[in-house]
Structures are given as C-alpha cells and as structure tokens.
Design a protein around this ligand. Structure first.
Ligand code: NI
Length: 180
C-alpha cells in the first residue's frame, strides 16, 4: 500500500488543525454539536455489525472496529475528566496513558455494547456541562506533562470534536471499502 493511501486511511478527515478563520461562536457551536451527535451516529454506523465485522481492522495493521469503540470510550472518558479537573482546579496537570497498551487489555475484547452505552451517557453529561459553562471557562487550561504545554478547554473541545469525526470516518470508510 502506498504511503499516501495509508495516510488517507489513518487520517480520513485530516489531522486536527486550528480553523484558519476561527469564529468562537460558530466553531464552539459546531464542536458542541459534533460531541452531541456523535454517539447516535456511531451506534447507527455499527447497528447491524456481526461479531466478525467488529473484529475487522479499519486499516492494515490497525485496530479492529471493536478496539476502536473501546478506545473511544476510554479516550473520551479521560477528556471528560480533564474538563472536570480544569473547571475545578487551577491549571491541573493531567495524567496521560498509553493508548496502545490500553487496547491490549482484556475488556477491549468485550462486546461493544458496554462502551456504546458508556459513550452515549458520557456525551450526554459532557454536552450538558458544555451548555452550562461560561465563555471564560473555555479559556481555562490544563497542563500536559508530555508536551510541557498548557491546553485550553476550547482547544480540547475542538480536538475531541475532531476525534469523534476521525474515528467515525474510519468505520464509515471501512464499510464503504467492504461494501457493507
Ligand atoms: Ni483516537
């Protein structure tokens, strides 16, 4: 497989980039809607999947759809906690984790239902929180110990809106390629 082709499979919606003509009102609303719509889009994307389809990698040497879904629940759970810490502490240092090692843990082989339920409930709480945050809250930052940088909740929101679209596109593209 050519490198360019693989890159397209890895990053079907591109990498997260800060919008060129950023408009706070417009982008915050769009990102919030991404977070709000994602669980049902994800659930409907895999609605009629067989266990075999869940075990199909979304690209060569990539995670299976099952691992992807368990990864999303872990990743967004961590993001939600980062929001909570940042809203209640002064520039907290977050805890990172090894997502590849996480994906090797036993529960990544479970049926996806538990993670889909978790993602649905988590995003409901996340959106409620987002809708009740002050504009200034989005400027609050956490410290990332690996990059050494501070990250605002605004950036974090944009990143996880992207992360939702990124992994949904993995599954949608796999279905297209396989004719599912
Ligand atoms: Ni991811």
């Amino acid at each position: 497989m050519e490198e360019q082709e693989l890159e397209k499979l890895k990053f079907p919606v591109g990498k997260f980039e800060w919008p060129a003509n950023f408009n706070a009102e417009e982008h915050v609303a769009a990102w919030q809607k991404d977070i709000e719509d994602f669980p049902l889009s994800l659930i409907s994307a895999v609605d009629d999947f067989s266990e075999q389809q869940f075990d199909t990698p979304y690209r060569p040497d990539g995670w299976s759809v099952r691992q992807l879904i368990h990864h999303i629940s872990d990743s967004h759970l961590n993001a939600f906690l980062r929001f909570r810490w940042t809203l209640t502490e002064d520039t907290p240092t977050i805890k990172t984790y090894d997502q590849d090692k996480f994906s090797g843990l036993a529960d990544y082989q479970m049926p996806v239902g538990s993670s889909l339920d978790l993602i649905l409930a988590l995003h409901k709480k996340w959106v409620y929180l987002l809708k009740h945050m002050e504009e200034a809250d989005l400027q609050k930052e956490f410290h990332h110990p690996e990059t050494g940088k501070n990250v605002s909740l605004l950036t974090c929101l944009g990143m996880y809106a992207w992360h939702s679209r990124h992994h949904l596109a993995h599954i949608q593209n796999l279905k297209k390629r396989k004719g599912w």
